[in-house]
Design a protein around this ligand. Structure first.
Ligand code: DX5
Ligand code: ZN
Length: 218
């Protein structure tokens, strides 16, 4: 099942309500929320208050990407604020297995994210318990960066691994996905596509429909 998860980091925050409604109306089921702490990544973005406000007004699946150090400190709060999927970075967790278990105990789906330079080997002992693997296709921290080409073979290798083991985990790609790169990542085996700057400019509905047209070919 293919999903587009528009990243509100690319949205106009003054018009957030309007833009989220457009995303929903265009037929998206997911919404990607980037949480940055100024430590794990250089920038600071948004947190629980934004998620709870959005939660009150939408039934979109809230796909929360935590780019924060020691995310275990905030899992309960993010779950309580309405996150459906909580994704933590393997590079930010000392006890990754425990953190993933905590996410499930809080009633959310659990994702694990890998930076471009982090090996797939780090997934070896957790792949059976994650609902999604998020492969960063740029170095995290900012929207509007260029796709890193070496990530393509990583997506392909992960897809082969998940399929050969008979797991159901989704593969999400995040960073630099636009109409020039979408087919590369779909061909390689990604099925959840984050897009920020490629969605949130000009005619948002039209951009979303164009992504959906690509999904229909797979
Ligand atoms: C980057 C974030 C992304 C970002 C993607 O650190 O994790 O979700 O919003 O933005 P684009 O699609 O513009 O690369
Ligand atoms: Zn993200």
């Amino acid at each position: 099942m293919y999903q587009l998860s528009p990243s509100i980091l690319g949205a106009d925050f003054y018009n957030l309500e309007k833009q989220i409604m457009q995303v929903e109306k265009a037929g998206c089921k997911w919404l990607h929320v980037d949480v940055m702490d100024g430590m794990f990544v250089p920038s600071i973005s948004m947190g629980m208050p934004v998620i709870s406000s959005v939660r009150e007004h939408t039934s979109l699946f809230l796909d929360v990407h935590l780019m924060i150090e020691k995310p275990e400190r905030y899992i309960k709060e993010f779950a309580k604020s309405g996150a459906d999927m909580i994704t933590v970075h393997t590079e930010a967790c000392t006890h990754l297995d425990r953190t993933l278990t905590l996410i499930h105990e809080c009633g959310a789906k659990a994702g694990v994210a890998l930076n471009p330079a982090t090996s797939l080997d780090t997934l070896e002992y957790v792949l059976d318990k994650v609902d999604m693997v998020l492969l960063m296709t740029v170095n995290p921290g900012f929207g509007g960066q260029r796709y890193i080409p070496s990530c393509t073979s990583k997506i392909r290798r992960l897809r082969e691994k998940i399929n050969s083991l008979g797991y159901q985990a989704d593969i999400e790609v995040d960073g630099g996905i636009n109409f020039d790169t979408i087919n590369t990542v779909l061909d390689a085996g990604a099925n959840v596509i984050v897009a920020g700057s490629a969605v949130f400019h000009g005619d948002i509905t039209d951009h979303i429909h164009k992504f959906q047209e690509q999904f229909a070919q797979y």
